[in-house]
Design a protein around this ligand. Structure first.
Ligand SMILES: *Cc1c(COP(=O)(O)O)cnc(C)c1O
Length: 444
């Protein structure tokens, strides 16, 4: 648990219906002013938060099982991060690192070299968003290898810019009608044990065969993987899959990139989720949980790859902003001091004990799987493995109207995604699970 006491009681409390009257009023204004393209999971407007609890504008206390998609891993509005950002904002908010640099940027890069896997010299660049990190990793890998083809996995999510949207697996809703897209981007089969029943070695052989027959290994600059897929539905490839893919990349001069934007930074009970697969990537992307909610992202990796780019070849106005980097340095300090990696492992044990038996208890649950504070529940048509998006949507409706905010995921919109803060208590896990069980009981 964090050393700072929570400023909000860690308990669910409903004082109005959800959404409450103030949320409904805000929703009317929002519809009149905000693009409908920025769709929302639940139209409940938040005011403040602490730990694993969000408090809405009507005073309801909700259990946050999503962390704004894996961002507030250390808990909402951590007072020490707020303080670090405030102190930095009073001193200096911007110079542009590529005009006149500052120490925070260097310190974040030093820390990333230390916490990312691999015992070799590593360099980093800092940018604003996950998608920007992925785009830069593509640029760097192409410059280093002199090749063009970029490979990503089925069910991957790599972002919403034109390039990263085209590296993202499913067409709807991210991609439909948004083209044209850049070329030389390829999707290859992943290992998805629940759906393909293959061992890691068998799945890797299939992936490699596909790559060789559709693209050709000598053409490929980089192979992007999310070691544990987030938006794709918490897909965790079978043991041995990534080891074989990484070996294949090494043999063929392909840069192996771990996109750790969602699963990295302590979320899965390790600094980076690729550690669970015993694989050392060439490049790693970090973002979401890195700065306690402030925008910051990074590409970190082998110095010789990162330095293949000419000076001025990568960068951006706000990248590695002084305030965001001050927040990130405090996040790193808190993760180490409060053993939040150990806390993520505690959450894994608590979730496994509480919801691990759902597939046996509920006909609409195909599988529960996860690492640390990153779990997925396959919602299926009762007694089958067929995706059940209507079932998931009913669960989300029930949960959000009862003050529990989980996430959806999966290429068929049928995986319930549970990604709480690693400081969530066992009591909150139990309470949130009971609410979701009410919905599962109705599904049969
Ligand atoms: C969220 C995400 C991205 C994109 O990050 P943004 O900050 O939204 O641009 C890329 N890759 C993965 C794995 C993600 O989860």
């Amino acid at each position: 648990m964090p050393s700072a006491p929570f400023s909000v009681p860690q308990e669910r409390l409903l004082v109005t219906e959800l959404p409450g009257p103030k949320s409904l009023a805000l929703q009317e204004r929002r519809v009149a002013a905000v693009s409908r393209g920025a769709g929302t999971l639940a139209n409940i407007y938040m005011d403040h938060g602490s730990g694993a609890i969000l408090v809405d504008v009507d005073g309801n206390r909700l259990i946050d099982l999503g962390c704004g998609i894996g961002v507030t891993t250390i808990g909402h509005a951590h007072p020490e991060v707020a303080e670090a950002a405030y102190e930095q904002a009073k001193k200096l908010t911007h110079t542009l690192f590529t005009v006149t640099p500052y120490e925070n940027y260097v310190r974040v890069a030093e820390k990333l070299a230390q916490i990312t896997p691999g015992d070799f010299e590593k360099h980093s660049i800092l940018v604003n968003s996950g998608a920007e990190a992925v785009e830069n990793a593509v640029k760097i890998a192409r410059k280093y290898t002199g090749r063009r083809a970029i490979v990503s996995l089925d069910h991957a999510f790599h972002g919403r810019t034109n390039l990263t949207m085209a590296m993202t697996y499913r067409p709807w809703p991210e991609r439909v009608g948004m083209g044209p897209f850049p070329g030389e981007l390829y999707s290859v089969p992943i290992s998805y044990p629940f759906r393909d029943g293959l061992s890691g070695e068998e799945a890797a052989a299939k992936t490699i065969d596909y790559l060789q027959t559709h693209i050709g290994a000598s053409e490929v600059a980089a192979f992007f993987v999310e070691p544990i897929q987030g938006d794709g539905g918490i897909v965790i490839p079978a043991p041995g899959f990534y080891a074989r893919i990484a070996e294949f990349c090494r043999e063929n001069g392909i840069v192996f990139v771990a996109d750790e934007i969602q699963a990295g930074i302590a979320r899965t009970g390790a600094w980076y989720s690729i550690e669970h697969h015993g694989v050392v990537p060439d490049l790693v992307t970090s973002a979401k949980g890195i700065a306690g909610g402030f925008p910051l992202a990074a590409v970190t990796g082998r110095a010789e790859i990162m330095d293949a780019v000419q000076p001025g070849g990568i960068g951006g106005t706000f990248g590695g902003n002084p305030v965001s980097t001050a927040a990130a340095l405090k996040v790193f300090e808190i993760i180490e001091r409060d053993d939040l990696i150990g806390q993520a492992q505690r959450v894994e044990r608590a979730l496994t004990a509480r919801i691990g038996g759902w597939a046996e208890r509920f006909a609409s649950v195909g599988e529960v799987r996860g690492k640390g504070a990153m779990f997925g529940v396959e919602i299926v048509k009762p007694g089958t493995k067929e995706p059940n998006p209507e079932g998931l949507s009913a669960i989300l409706k029930h949960a959000t109207s009862h003050g529990v905010i989980p996430l959806d995921a999966g290429s068929w919109d049928s995986v319930l995604r549970i990604m709480p803060s690693v400081v969530i208590s066992e009591e909150l896990i139990d309470d949130a699970a009971s609410v979701i069980e009410e919905a599962l009981e109705k599904l049969g």
